[in-house]
Write a protein that binds this ligand. Structure first.
Ligand SMILES: NC(=O)c1ccc[n+]([C@@H]2O[C@H](COP(=O)([O-])OP(=O)(O)OC[C@H]3O[C@@H](n4cnc5c(N)ncnc54)[C@H](OP(=O)(O)O)[C@@H]3O)[C@@H](O)[C@H]2O)c1
Length: 253
């Protein structure tokens, strides 16, 4: 019987893959046969992850890309075209959350940074990948959104707003790209133990309150996000597009 999770021969780009959830996704996709392009702003950190994937016997390479900078988005897709000639899987995972505080005190710099990375970055990474996928006859895009896109996080106003936009973006791309055989879905993680969430996980009072609201009673390990991504980028989910999958230990229940 065909292995529905087999990614042999696929080219997969994972942003924000130098650590955290993106690194877990990159490792799992590579273990299923994809060549993974490990990307973030810092090439050394990406190269270390790619080297370690290769040392495990799988395929990976590294390329730096700040997804908030349009020229760097163009550069990574030029690289992918010349090096691989195809892209089968895009995982938009790198995001910014520079401001933790009352929404009324959000300054323009924090607003711009969050929007540039989380909305403009995801959008133009998706159009660049989508154009290649249209030419080659199909592909898959996975957006890491957040439960905060459904229920605004306290003191995380502008971040939550951009994650709601990612959910809307997922549906808009899914609708228009379905006829092109391009599927587009979103992962909505709950609280996950990464550097990104450290403002919450290292504050005992905040963490205690957060855990009280999580039926599984613990923070997720980044590896616990990767299985859902493998499902959504593989043939196992071949009839799924425009979907948002919540992985939150039951919090929203
Ligand atoms: N952790 C949670 O509780 C949680 C919950 C819900 C959703 N999420 C979402 O999960 C995704 C991954 O977060 P994480 O928790 O794994 O965070 P993390 O461990 O801090 O990793 C963030 C990654 O993104 C990269 N990055 C940051 N800004 C970037 C930019 N402008 N361009 C390209 N790469 C950039 C970082 O590397 P460089 O510094 O080298 O660029 C790093 O690889 C994000 O979309 C986040 O919103 C996380």
């Amino acid at each position: 019987m065909k292995d529905l999770f087999d990614l042999t021969g696929k080219i997969a780009l994972v942003t924000g893959a130098s650590r955290g959830i993106g690194e877990s996704i990159a490792r799992l996709l590579a273990s299923r046969g994809a060549h993974v392009i490990v990307s973030s702003r810092k090439i050394d950190a990406c190269q270390a992850v790619a080297d370690s994937i290769v040392a495990d016997g799988h395929r990976a390479s590294a390329f730096a890309c700040h997804v908030g900078v349009m020229a760097q988005i163009e550069a990574i897709f030029e690289h992918i075209k010349s090096e691989f000639g195809q892209i089968d899987i895009l995982v938009n995972n790198a995001a910014a959350n520079p401001y933790y505080g009352h929404i009324l005190d959000t300054d323009l710099a924090a607003f711009d940074k969050t929007v540039e990375v989380n909305i403009r970055g995801y959008f133009f990474m998706s159009t660049a990948a989508g154009k290649m996928m249209r030419e080659q006859g199909g592909g898959v895009i996975l957006n890491t959104a957040s439960v905060n896109g459904l229920v605004a996080g306290d003191k995380q106003g502008i971040y939550s707003i951009t994650k709601a936009a990612v959910i809307s973006m997922t549906k808009a791309f899914a609708k228009e790209c379905g006829p092109l055989n391009i599927r587009v879905n979103a992962l909505l993680p709950g609280l996950t133990d990464t550097k990104f969430a450290s403002a919450l996980t290292t504050n005992d009072k905040v963490l205690k309150m957060a855990l009280h609201a999580i039926p599984l009673g613990r923070v997720a390990h980044p590896d616990e996000m990767a299985g859902t991504v493998l499902y959504l980028v593989s043939d196992a989910s071949s009839y799924t597009t425009g979907a948002t999958v919540v992985v939150d230990g039951g919090m929203l229940a």
